[in-house]
Design a protein around this ligand. Structure first.
Ligand code: IDP
Ligand code: MG
Length: 148
């Protein structure tokens, strides 16, 4: 089953949106396989956003991610990478559809409250980086009610 890495960014933690965000993935029918509150240092944040290191906003982005604790999560399910991105919404909240997490709770691109892996390959790398200890092996008992 496919897995994705989702991070609730410091602004959403500060704003008390953690439960709301987790609920959206839970209610969709995805399975939580990893969850932890953590603060990351600059080097770790730079490594996570390594692909964006040439962008003019890179330093601002890194400052944002290290400005407070984040919630790191692994979610599992059919097409969870692309569906997860749809649940999250467009990068710029000005363009995120209502009903998406960013569309409902964010206004500006530099405070867009959540990260989700953009491909199965990045998900694999991000999960390995954020959960070096591994994720939790369990089987949800509701799967027959989610999958035909
Ligand atoms: P994504 O989070 O939707 O995958 P990316 O293009 O991977 O979007 O950018 C990573 C993060 O960098 C965004 O979520 C946002 O926080 C930040 N970011 C992207 N573009 C800008 C910008 O133009 N100004 C400020 N921050 C930006
Ligand atoms: Mg991205």
């Amino acid at each position: 089953m496919e897995q994705t890495f989702v991070m609730i960014k410091p602004d959403a933690v500060q704003r008390g949106l953690v439960g709301e965000i987790i609920a959206r993935f839970e209610k969709k029918g995805f399975t939580m396989r990893g969850l932890k509150l953590m603060s990351v240092d600059r080097a770790f944040a730079e490594r996570h956003y390594n692909d964006l290191s040439a962008k003019p906003f890179f330093n601002i982005l890194v400052e944002y991610i290290i400005s407070g604790p984040v919630v790191a999560m692994v979610w599992e399910g059919k097409n969870v990478v692309s569906t997860g991105r749809k649940i999250i919404g467009a990068t710029n909240p000005a363009e995120s559809a209502p009903g998406t997490i960013r569309g409902d709770f964010a206004v500006e691109i530099g405070r867009n409250i959540i990260h989700g892996s953009d491909s199965v390959e990045s998900a694999r790398k991000e999960i390995a980086m954020w959960f070096p200890e591994g994720i939790v092996a369990w089987e949800s008992s509701i799967l027959p009610w989610i999958y035909e």
